[in-house]
Write a protein of this length. Sequence first.
Lengths: 221, 77
Amino acid sequence: MDYVEVEGKTYEEAVKKAAIELNAKEEDLEIEVKEIDTKGILGILGSKKVRIVARLKEKSQETESPEEYGVTFLRRITQMLGVPSEVKAKKVGDRIVFTLSSKEGNIFIGKNGEVMDALQFILRLAIAKKFKHGFKLLFDINGYREKRKKALLDLAKKLAQRVKRTGRPIKTEPLNAYERRTIHTYFKNDKVIQTKSEGDGPTKRVVISLKKDRKYENGKR
Amino acid sequence: MLKELIEYIAKALVDHPDQVKVSEIEGEKTSVIELNVSKEDLGKVIGKQGRTARAMRTILSAASTKVKKRAVLEIIE
């Protein structure tokens, strides 16, 4: 972190000098007095010297946004593991989308994205802790979620075709909340197909079936 | 490195970061990472149904493949 060591005749003068050297406002500085040297009799006469070390205060909560904090948080983790990565954040609607690009990105994705999901979970907690309330966020690595979303919808469409053909409901593999929602959202306005989550915790699946009311209506007529 | 990683993550989640202590007991093939937090923060690092602890373990095991060493996380009050 940036710091300067300066001397002045008074404390105020030293702080002013430090602010100029660090190109910052005085209130953004953290001051540590190193030495107060009073020469002369009882400090009244002669020269006086104050030596201080000034450094920039860490960004306070008011000025640091959740985006910035999250990017710093993820960057620190990638640095600690020695994986060169680029981390960015942007707001998409009411959601903060964090993206990481790296040649070695797979280490942070893991099997079926489980490491990525774990990082997203921790990131969400850390941001909620720091800013005292939760934020909607998404963490994606090397476009993995986009690719996964496409593959997931391709599969769901195929299953829906089979449901239409046979009339029998089909269950998907266990999916996480985000993946389930992707499927639900896709079929939300479908006239024939309905989707529903079933099961508990990590084994929740989506059941794809024909709309009941439709079947009922058809049966009546 | 694994120790620092767990320390950094844990400190970001607890109310008393100053009371987070992490030690690494290195074995030949496996390291044990011991995470110490204050009593009130225990729930924060474990989480509902152990989700936070599980997430940290997942991240730790990914990190440990990077250093080619197995690591397990123990949480201690």
